[in-house]
Design a protein around this ligand. Sequence first.
Ligand SMILES: C[S@@+](CC[C@H](N)C(=O)[O-])C[C@H]1O[C@@H](n2cnc3c(N)ncnc32)[C@H](O)[C@@H]1O
Length: 175
Amino acid sequence: MTCPTGGRVRPRSPHTDVPLAIGHGATSSQPSTVAAMLRLLDARPGQRVLDVGAGSGWTTALLARLVGETGSVVGVELEPELAADASGRVREGGFSWAQVHTAVPGVLGWPDGAPYDRILVSAMATGWPEELAVQLADGGRLLVPLDGRHVLARRRGARVHRQAAPGWYRFVPLR
Ligand SMILES: C[S@@+](CC[C@H](N)C(=O)[O-])C[C@H]1O[C@@H](n2cnc3c(N)ncnc32)[C@H](O)[C@@H]1O
């Protein structure tokens, strides 16, 4: 596997549950962490999903697999080089219903595509990301690492109910 910065990285064996460096100081999270996040997010076929911090494009592809071709996935990544590589990987994977965009500096998420049924955030927030919560559809779920915890938010009309899941996690900061 080629690292987005051009260096070689060792492929992750299915038995190695560790994060993988993807360049620009970012990592692709360890598989058990991503599995825990996806279980809480509970993305279903046909849903519209936003993947914030698309990194390598791995979570974007996993979400595309979960929603299937009747759904759609919008990935956003702040590092333009990572976003371009992720976009290529998702395209090469055949997920025509998923796209990765370079995030607009100062804009959290991808408001143009809102509302979303599911929003996955793979970078650590230090305060409640209201800008993302407003992009959530009625009945939707937002999973965000917040101050070390996985916080699952569910929108019911104007109300957003938040609950922290068990466990402590580390991520690169949500900028
Ligand atoms: C843990 S990595 C994500 C790994 C990725 N989900 C994957 O499957 O490879 C977190 C990523 O979030 C990105 N990031 C941080 N703040 C962001 C923001 N406001 N919008 C979009 N991406 C952001 C970082 O550049 C980094 O690539």
